[in-house]
Design a protein around this ligand. Structure first.
Ligand SMILES: Nc1nc2c(ncn2[C@@H]2O[C@H](COP(=O)(O)OP(=O)(O)O)[C@@H](O)[C@H]2O)c(=O)[nH]1
Ligand SMILES: [Mg+2]
Length: 688
C-alpha cells in the first residue's frame, strides 16, 4: 500500500438516511478509482463496507465501515455509516473522525428524518459538506424537487453544481457547472466513463440560470470577489475553486451533486471534487481535544474497535499529530500501556492492507492490540495526551436480556462487555435486586443486532424480556407495636423483646432509626440489633416484596433476659416487630417515574400525547423546538417498555425521545394489586 503525505489525504464520512445508497456509493467510488478490485453489490451481499454477516443478511449497514479511494495522487478515506437512528452511535463516531461529509440523498425520497439528524450533527461539528443526489436512474427521481427540499429543510446555502440530463431510466448525462462541460455516460460502463459533448439546446437556459446562481453564491462569500463579479470580471477557474472550498469550510456553500451509485454515473466527478474541495487534514481545524495539545509530537485517537472472528480485536484510529511506522511502539495514555503497532494497515472494507507508514491526519487499523479500547489515545510516553470522549448518543431504550441456556450467564456477561467496547452506545448492568441483566441502547433494532451478534460471534443464545421494575414501598401512616422472640428448647434459650413506632418520612430521605430506650429496658449494646432486624425485614417490604424506604423507626420500649438475651434474639425481635407493625402503618407501593422529553412533528402531536396519557403519563408542557414540537412529561418507568418502537411507528421514524429517572411516587391501587399478585406468584414459584 502506497504511503500518502498529509496533504494528500481526505477523510470523508458518508452519511444520510437509510437506503439512500451510501454503501453503494462508497463501493462505487473505491472501485471506479481503482483502489478496490471488484464492484460490489448490496443485493449480492458483496458491498465493500457491508461485510458483517448481519449486514449481508439484512441488506443494510449496521456498523461503521472503512474504505478508501485513490484519485489524483490523493487518498480519500471513506467512512460509511448506517442510516437508522438505532445505530446513530456509529454516525457520531464516523463524523468525529472525518474532516468532511458527503450527505447522500435518494433522488426520489429527498430529505428524510435520517438526513435531518445527520445534518444537525454535521452542523454542530462545523463540517464542510457536499450533497449527493443519488439514484437519479430511478423512476420519478427529481433533482429539482430534491434541491427545493434541501433548501427548505436542511440549508438555504445549498447550490446545485450539476444538472442531470434525462430522468429515470433515461438518465444518461450530467452537466457540470465548474467546467461548463456536459458528460454523456457510456452505456454499460462499470467505471463511470463518459464522453464530453456539447450542452444540449434544451438545457442551455437552465445551465445559464444555474451558473449565475452558483457564481453569485460563491462571489458573495468574499467582499473582494463580489466586487469583481459585479464589475463584470470573469473569475479564473482556479481562484473560483479556491473560493468554493473556502466557502464550504465556512459553511457558506454546500454544493449539490447528482448521479447514480449503481450505474457509477457521476462518480468520477465526485471523486475529483472531494479531492479538490474538501480540506486535507492539514487544512481542517483540529478537534478541541487535539488542538489543546499543540505540543504533543504524537496524537492518535481510537474511534472504534471491532472484534472479528479468527482475528480478535481490530482497532481503528485517526492520527491527529505526528506519524507512525509499521512496528512502532506507542503509549496508550488511558490504560498506561505501551502497544506495538504490528502490521499497521489501512482498511479496505473487510480487508487490511499493510502500510509502511501513516502520516498525520490519516486513518489506520491494527489488529490484536492487548489493551486498547474505543476512545483511547496514542501518544509518546513522555508527552501524554487525552482526547475528550466521543459524544455518543444517549441510550433511551431498556430491556432485560436472558440467556436461553442455563449456566451461560457468565459467558453472556463477558460477551456483552465486548459488545459494549465495540459499541459504546450500548450499555448493560446486572441488577442483583431484580436478579436480571438490563441492557440499554438506542432502540429495539439496536437490541436485535446485539442478540444476533451475541449468537454469531460469541455463541450465546439470548432473548429479550420485559425488564422488572425496581418498585419501592413506604408508609403513609404511623403505627406502633411489639416484636417478641422467645425460644426455650433445652440448654440456653433466646429472648428478645422490643416495641417500635413507625412513621413516614418525606420522599427521598431514606431511613432513620431512633433509639428512645430509657432506663436500660434493652441494654444499649443490643439496641443496634433491633435496628438491623428492622432493616432486614424492610428489605422485603409488606405490600409486594419490595424494599421499604423513607420511614422512621423509634424503638421506645422492650425487655430482656440476663442469660438468654443476645444480639441474634434482638435482631429477630426487630424483624418480628417490623412485620407486625408495618401493615398497620398504611404501607403503599412506590413506582419509579421517568422524566420524558419527546420530540415529534406537529402533525402527529395529538397521537403522541394520547399515547403518553395511555401510559399514565402526566404532560407538563409542549413547546416548539426547531421543526419539531417538544413534549415534556412524567411517565411511570414500567409503562415505557418498547416505547421507542411505538414512537417510531406513530411518527414514521421522525420522532425521538429521551428519558431520565425522576424519582418515586405512590402507585395507583390497580397497579399495586397487580404488582402484589405477581410478587406472591413469584414467591410461590420460588418455593416449589
Ligand atoms: N436504482 C438505484 N439503486 C440504488 C442506487 N444506489 C443504491 N441503490 C440500491 O438501493 C439500496 C440501498 O443502497 P445502500 O447502498 O445499501 O444504501 P445505504 O443504506 O444508504 O447504505 C440497495 O438495494 C442498492 O442496490 C442507485 O444509484 N440507483
Ligand atoms: Mg449502508
Amino acid at each position: 500500500m502506497k504511503v500518502y503525505g498529509s496533504e494528500a489525504i481526505r477523510n470523508v464520512a458518508f452519511v444520510g438516511h437509510g437506503a439512500s445508497g451510501k454503501t453503494s456509493l462508497v463501493d462505487a467510488l473505491a472501485f471506479v478509482s481503482g483502489a478496490s478490485r471488484r464492484h460490489g453489490s448490496i443485493r449480492e451481499g458483496t458491498a465493500l463496507t457491508d461485510y458483517a454477516p448481519d449486514e449481508i443478511e439484512r441488506h443494510h449497514s449496521i456498523q461503521l465501515g472503512l474504505a478508501f479511494a485513490e484519485w489524483q495522487e490523493t487518498k480519500v478515506n471513506m467512512l460509511d455509516t448506517p442510516g437508522t437512528l438505532d445505530y446513530f452511535g456509529e454516525v457520531a463516531t464516523a463524523l468525529g473522525a472525518a474532516d468532511a461529509a458527503v450527505v447522500v440523498l435518494g433522488g426520489t425520497a429527498g430529505v428524510e428524518v435520517g438526513t435531518e439528524k445527520v445534518w444537525e450533527h454535521c452542523d454542530r461539528l462545523h463540517l464542510p459538506r457536499m450533497l449527493f443526489v443519488n439514484m437519479m436512474d430511478k423512476e420519478h427521481a427529481d433533482f429539482e424537487r430534491v434541491f427545493e427540499d434541501v433548501k427548505a429543510h436542511l440549508t438555504p446555502k445549498v447550490v446545485p453544481v450539476e444538472i442531470p440530463i434525462g430522468n429515470g431510466a433515461d438518465f444518461h448525462g450530467i452537466i457540470n457547472l465548474f467546467s461548463g462541460k456536459c458528460h454523456f455516460f457510456r452505456k454499460g460502463t462499470k467505471t463511470g466513463e463518459y464522453d464530453v459533448v456539447p450542452i444540449p439546446d434544451e438545457y442551455q437556459d437552465r445551465y445559464r440560470r444555474y451558473t449565475e446562481q452558483f457564481t453569485e453564491a460563491v462571489a458573495s462569500t468574499d467582499d473582494a470577489l463580489i466586487e469583481r463579479y459585479l464589475g463584470g470580471e470573469e473569475i479564473p477557474r482556479e481562484e473560483f475553486a479556491r473560493a468554493v472550498k473556502k466557502g464550504m469550510m465556512e459553511g457558506a456553500i454546500v454544493p449539490l451533486f447528482c448521479g447514480s451509485a449503481e450505474l457509477t454515473y457521476g462518480v468520477r466527478t465526485l471523486l475529483k471534487k472531494m479531492v479538490e474541495l474538501f480540506p486535507s487534514p492539514l487544512e481542517a481545524p483540529l478537534p478541541e481535544g487535539a488542538a489543546a495539545n499543540a505540543a504533543a509530537p504524537l496524537l492518535g485517537h481510537v474511534f472504534k474497535t471491532v472484534s472479528e472472528p479468527h482475528v480478535g480485536d481490530v482497532t481503528f484510529f485517526r492520527l491527529f499529530r505526528g506519524e507512525v511506522a509499521n512496528g512502532d511502539e506507542v503509549w496508550n495514555c488511558e490504560h498506561e500501556t505501551a502497544e506495538k503497532l504490528n502490521h499497521l494497515s489501512v482498511q479496505q472494507g473487510k480487508e487490511r492492507l499493510e502500510v509502511e507508514r501513516l502520516h498525520a491526519g490519516d486513518i489506520g487499523t491494527v489488529a490484536k492490540l492487548r489493551d486498547t479500547h474505543t476512545g483511547d489515545t496514542y501518544c509518546r510516553r513522555e508527552m501524554p495526551v487525552h482526547m475528550p470522549p466521543i459524544p455518543f448518543p444517549e441510550a433511551v431504550a431498556t430491556a432485560a436480556i436472558v440467556a436461553k441456556k442455563r449456566g451461560e450467564e457468565d459467558k453472556m456477561a463477558a460477551a456483552l462487555h465486548k459488545i459494549h467496547e465495540e459499541d459504546p452506545s450500548f450499555h448493560f448492568e446486572y441488577s442483583s435486586e431484580l436478579g436480571q441483566t438490563h441492557i440499554h441502547g438506542l432502540g429495539e433494532r439496536h437490541f436485535e443486532t446485539i442478540l444476533s451478534r451475541l449468537e454469531r460471534k460469541y455463541g450465546v443464545q439470548a432473548e429479550l424480556a420485559r425488564p422488572k421494575v425496581a418498585y419501592r414501598e413506604t408508609l403513609r401512616g404511623r403505627a406502633e407495636g411489639q416484636g417478641k422472640h422467645k425460644k426455650q428448647s433445652g440448654g440456653r434459650g433466646q429472648y428478645g423483646d422490643c416495641w417500635i413506632r413507625l412513621s413516614p418520612l418525606p420522599r427521598g430521605s431514606g431511613y432513620e432509626f431512633v433509639n428512645a430506650i430509657v432506663g436500660g429496658v434493652i441494654p444499649g449494646k443490643l439496641v443496634p440489633a433491633v435496628d438491623r432486624g428492622v432493616q432486614e425485614a424492610a428489605q422485603r417490604g409488606v405490600v409486594a416484596g419490595y424494599p421499604m424506604v423513607d420511614y422512621r423507626v423509634e424503638c421506645y420500649d422492650g425487655s430482656y433476659h440476663d442469660v438468654d438475651s443476645n444480639e441474634q434474639s434482638f435482631k429477630m425481635a426487630g424483624i418480628l416487630a417490623f412485620r407486625n407493625v408495618a401493615p398497620s402503618a398504611k404501607p403503599v407501593l412506590l413506582e419509579p417515574l421517568a422524566d420524558v422529553d419527546v420530540w415529534t412533528p406537529e402533525d402527529v402531536l395529538g397521537d403522541v400525547m394520547g399515547d403518553l396519557s395511555a401510559r399514565r403519563g402526566q404532560i407538563l408542557g409542549t413547546e416548539a423546538d426547531g421543526r419539531l414540537t417538544r413534549i415534556r412529561a412524567i411517565v411511570p418507568e414500567a409503562e415505557l417498555y418498547r416505547y421507542s418502537t411505538t414512537l417510531y411507528s406513530i411518527t414514521h421514524g421522525r420522532g425521538t425521545y429521551r428519558q431520565r429517572h425522576h424519582g418515586y411516587a405512590e402507585a395507583p391501587p390497580e397497579v399495586t394489586s397487580k404488582v402484589a399478585a405477581e410478587n406472591s406468584r413469584d414467591r410461590e414459584l420460588a418455593t416449589v
